[in-house]
Design a protein around this ligand. Structure first.
Ligand SMILES: NC(=O)c1ccc[n+]([C@@H]2O[C@H](COP(=O)([O-])OP(=O)(O)OC[C@H]3O[C@@H](n4cnc5c(N)ncnc54)[C@H](OP(=O)(O)O)[C@@H]3O)[C@@H](O)[C@H]2O)c1
Length: 337
């Protein structure tokens, strides 16, 4: 049994974490829930028991905690994750704060689960879009090699947390946006995160850089050619990505499908004759990464296009984090034997 803290428990990912921990019957002996001071005293329920939310302070970690899930902004994670880690707590962080640090494994269990072993107290959960993208890419990389990837995303408003949901719901009542730079209702916004203002990536957004650098790190290919355009679309939940890949060696669509059949975490929905392909509605509330619309790209020698959809709050965040914690527990048990 583990002593668990959830920092950011009142947010969209924090609430989903509680749900997923309960669904998977994660072995918890003590549970500490933390958020900002404005949520202090709020009551949240886990397995029919009420828990009082505490305000996060530097002293929050002065007690016996085994694993802390952080589901806060990168700014809060930057400040508080080291405090927790210094107390010997293993941190699984959902923010972008630590993802690109060499000493911090960035993990999708079905792709690079063994990287967890290298952790020094902090493990990062990748961005939601990256998680769902790398699952179909991994077997392609292993079998054919990958020369270049082009990502184009269609990301739901829940990916922006509570602020995104509020703008979407209030926008439907005709109110102007408070969080997004443009109205999200009846619109698409080709900006996720801040723009990079200088250097070689000037004009890219933060989310686009996350997809490029996180994909390289997870696939252990630091120089893989990747570009990305990330777009917010007016749907409540589940992200979709159009993926264009140039492979290094010849392939057949049948071979790719056979590889995907065996890939853990992936469900193929791909039969154009019956208009079958993944949709956000299909993915929402589930933990699978859905892949379809596989076809050849004849504009290059060994090219393919496909479409990948997943629930950003579940596999894109909470479920992936809980899977990491489950591996930690399993490894600890093996070491104890
Ligand atoms: N949404 C997604 O699909 C998704 C997917 C992958 C990763 N992520 C990442 O996960 C993190 C959380 O995202 P989210 O969507 O859950 O955001 P959210 O809904 O806005 O929730 C943010 C959480 O942070 C807490 N918080 C804010 N200020 C705090 C402070 N000073 N001290 C302690 N807690 C504080 C909030 O508490 P209060 O309620 O008290 O303000 C809330 O619990 C972000 O880093 C995000 O980038 C999100």
């Amino acid at each position: 049994m583990k002593k668990i803290a959830i920092v950011g428990c009142t947010g969209l990912v924090g609430q989903m974490l509680l749900k997923v921990l309960e669904e998977r019957d994660f072995p918890i002996s003590e549970l500490y829930l933390m958020a900002s001071s404005k949520s202090e005293g709020l009551i949240m329920t886990f397995k029919n028991r009420d828990y009082k939310v505490e305000a996060l302070t530097p002293e929050s970690f002065d007690r016996d905690i085994d694993i802390a899930f952080f589901t806060t902004s990168a700014k809060i994670s930057k400040e508080y994750v080291p405090i927790a880690a210094r107390k010997g707590i293993t941190v699984i962080d959902n923010s972008s704060a630590w993802r690109r640090e060499n000493a911090v494994p960035l993990v999708v269990p079905e792709v690079n689960g063994s990287d967890i072993k290298k952790h020094l107290g902090i493990i990062s959960n990748p961005s939601c879009s990256t998680i769902q993208a790398v699952i179909p890419l991994k077997p392609l990389l292993r079998k054919f090699g990958i020369k270049r990837i082009v990502f184009s995303t269609y990301q739901a408003v829940s990916g922006s947390g509570k602020d995104g949901i509020i703008d979407f719901e209030e926008g439907q009542k005709g109110k102007p946006p408070k969080y997004y730079p443009h109205p999200i209702v009846d619109n698409c916004i080709a900006q996720i995160g801040e723009f990079v203002m200088a250097g070689p990536y000037a004009g890219y957004t933060e989310e686009e850089l996350k997809m490029i650098f996180e994909t390289r790190k997870i696939l252990h290919r630091e120089s893989l050619l990747i570009t990305a355009t990330t777009v917010r679309v007016p749907i409540p939940n589940s992200h979709s990505i159009s993926v264009n890949v140039e492979l290094k060696s010849p392939f057949t669509l049948e071979k790719i499908k056979a590889l995907w059949e065996k890939q853990p975490g992936l469900v193929m929905v791909d039969d154009y004759k019956y208009q079958l392909y993944p949709t956000p509605l299909m993915a929402t509330g589930t933990d699978a990464v859905y892949v379809g619309r596989l076809r050849r790209d004849y504009s290059v020698q060994h090219g393919i296009n496909f479409w990948v959809v997943a629930d950003n709050l579940r596999k894109g965040a909470a479920t992936n984090a809980v899977q990491i914690a489950e591996i930690l527990i399993k490894e600890q048990k093996n070491n104890d034997i």
